[in-house]
Design a binder for this molecule. Structure first.
Ligand SMILES: NC(=O)c1ccc[n+]([C@@H]2O[C@H](COP(=O)([O-])OP(=O)(O)OC[C@H]3O[C@@H](n4cnc5c(N)ncnc54)[C@H](O)[C@@H]3O)[C@@H](O)[C@H]2O)c1
Length: 290
């Protein structure tokens, strides 16, 4: 497929662009920063004219796209004034969704976020593991935008029954070098309780994008995308019992099983995470292996 990846210069985007190219897709990275070259075009996604124009074609480069992967955003609360986060992220996503529709692109995969599940869980989650089955609980402007984007996707896919939009609610994105500090999380179970001790390896995040491009159906679906394990050495059941004593644990948890449920993504997308920080530490002599 000819795929436009917005935010392809970013942390998750770099893994996604690499993976989709390895899979044989023709990928163009649309970002406001990046190294000039044939696979990159400088676009400010806040500008609707630019987004629509590039979706329709680019001189000497391409004549349109089959699919859009939309990752560009200010990627967390607290990085910019709340109003700037709202303005950038909401405007960019409206422009991407709307221009894709106008350009006749029927497949969109985009980065939602684990934050809509109620992070930082100052209020207890309704149950553990959390999943896609309860209404969103955004607790920041950043997360509010992620929630509004999902609501927008529901309406746009209702307007166009052929349109497929997949929202991937990514956990905290990690690259292998980030695994160095993981063992230090162990001493305080509350340090990473804000996202139920979850994480997503960028390469597994990219796998989820690839699978969503392949398996996404018309309509809107949201998926929690995390790794299969937690960031902790202690057992998941222990952590849940100590830090969230009043919360019902609704399934028997494997030793280090994620408490951000990936069951729906496994079932409907065939998502199967391959990387774990544990392998990185057990393969210390060959850290590039994982
Ligand atoms: N990093 C995480 O832990 C995490 C967790 C959950 C969800 N997400 C989501 O995943 C996506 C990617 O996150 P990331 O960590 O790779 O972020 P990042 O900041 O590393 O990359 C984002 C990219 O988007 C580009 N961008 C932002 N606004 C733009 C605009 N108006 N026009 C053009 N380009 C623009 C930036 O230049 C940057 O290259 C985001 O949507 C983020 O909200 C990230």
């Amino acid at each position: 497929m000819r795929v436009a990846v917005t935010g392809g210069s970013g942390k998750l985007g770099r893994s996604v662009v690499r993976r989709l190219r390895e899979d044989g897709h023709e990928v163009t990275n649309l970002d406001r920063v990046g190294a000039r070259g044939p696979g990159f075009a400088e676009v400010d996604l806040r500008n609707y004219g630019q987004v629509l124009d590039i979706f329709l074609g680019l001189e000497d480069r391409h004549a349109g796209f089959d699919a859009v992967v939309h990752l560009a955003a200010i990627p967390a609360p607290g990085l910019a004034p709340d109003a700037a986060t709202f303005e950038n992220n909401m405007q960019a996503t409206y422009n991407v969704f709307q221009a894709a529709r106008r350009a006749g692109i029927k497949k969109i995969v985009y980065a939602s976020s684990e934050t809509v599940l109620g992070l930082p869980f100052d209020v207890d989650p309704p149950y553990i593991p959390v999943d896609e089955e309860y209404p969103a609980r955004p607790e920041s402007t950043y997360s509010l935008v992620k929630h509004l984007e999902e609501q927008m996707a529901i309406q746009l896919t209702r307007w166009d029954p052929e349109l497929s939009i997949t929202g991937l609610r990514f956990s905290n994105v990690m690259d292998p070098e980030d695994y160095e500090e993981f063992p230090s999380f162990d001493h305080d179970p509350r340090l990473r309780k804000w996202n139920l001790w979850g994480y997503i390896d960028g390469r597994d995040g990219a796998q989820a994008v690839a699978r969503a491009l392949e398996h996404g159906q018309p309509g809107f679906e949201a998926f929690v995308i995390a790794n299969a394990d937690t960031v902790m050495s202690r057992s998941s059941a222990d952590l849940a019992a100590e830090v969230f004593p009043g919360v019902k644990v609704v399934k028997e948890l494997g030793e280090h099983e994620t408490m951000l449920s990936i069951d729906k993504a496994k079932r409907l997308l065939g998502y199967a995470p391959e990387h774990s920080w544990r392998n990185y530490h057990s393969n210390r002599t060959t850290p590039t292996e994982d």
